[in-house]
Design a protein around this ligand. Sequence first.
Ligand SMILES: Nc1ncnc2c1ncn2[C@@H]1O[C@H](COP(=O)(O)OP(=O)(O)O)[C@@H](O)[C@H]1O
Ligand SMILES: [Mg+2]
Length: 295
Amino acid sequence: MGVIVSVTNQKGGVGKTVTVSSLASALNSQGYKVLSVDLDPQRNLDMVAGKGMAIKVGDVTTKSVLNVLKGECSLEEIIVPSSIGDLARASNLLSQWAGQPLITRTEFEKLSQEECFATMSKRYKEGWGENDHRVLKMKLAPVKDKYDFILMDTNPSLTLLTVNSLFAADYVLIPAFAEAASREAIIELWDTIRGMKAFNPDMRLQVAGILVTKFNKRNRNANGYVRVFEKMAKSMGTIVFQQKIRQGVSVTEYLTPQMDLLSYDTTGISSVDYKQFAKEFLERIHTMEEARKYG
Ligand SMILES: Nc1ncnc2c1ncn2[C@@H]1O[C@H](COP(=O)(O)OP(=O)(O)O)[C@@H](O)[C@H]1O
Ligand SMILES: [Mg+2]
């Protein structure tokens, strides 16, 4: 059975893309069959999956996830091999398909939780068709069992793309820097998940855990936030992964040569941590799958 994982945080620049690409790379090199799906109109995952993988801005002749979501082709038709395993590429025009965010950050900060839910629910009904959040799940269904893992990289705001990804996924993995803004972003995502579950009782999504990225253990604030995240994780019924991804120089460089981090700098501290994290991730998913089966 293929396991579908959405790597999500409604905040940008927290390590989503480096996490998806490194995890895909690590799992792929261990012999797992992995499909990575780029759902971010910025196409960063496609860029790190190998030079020339990203579909150029405005190219409407090469098929992408956009064509799949628009119902113009199957997912299978757009899958290409890449340096991190199979890849379903994004188009910059995905942002047009995604439309307006369901809720903006300013609204989220200003409104009460009930008002947020009401606003989201209203826009959801007005702006999108009744089943628009189910499209990706339906499109993934025929390929699901051809893979051990399907990893989705998502866009930073709460749009139809994010909602599709969360609805399609069995698990969400939340990368976060150990800092105040990430704390807010985790709360935001947790509210989104609970809101979606309230409207969609058939949603399978469980939170696999929070992965602390760009970690500097000498920073006292960072250690404090890890403890805060641990408390939050507990109340969400999940965990903070033991393995943290340390802050490494190569993570700031690998996008330029358009390589995944593990290929760019095999022995760098962040790469070493991602390889170790891949082991913990496998154990965690195994435990959660067993619990689903027998629990
Ligand atoms: N472990 C890390 N060490 C150092 N910098 C990091 C690390 N993880 C992420 N970063 C920084 O954050 C940036 C954004 O990472 P990225 O994976 O592209 O985030 P997202 O996909 O969430 O927008 C990277 O280009 C890098 O500068
Ligand atoms: Mg990204």
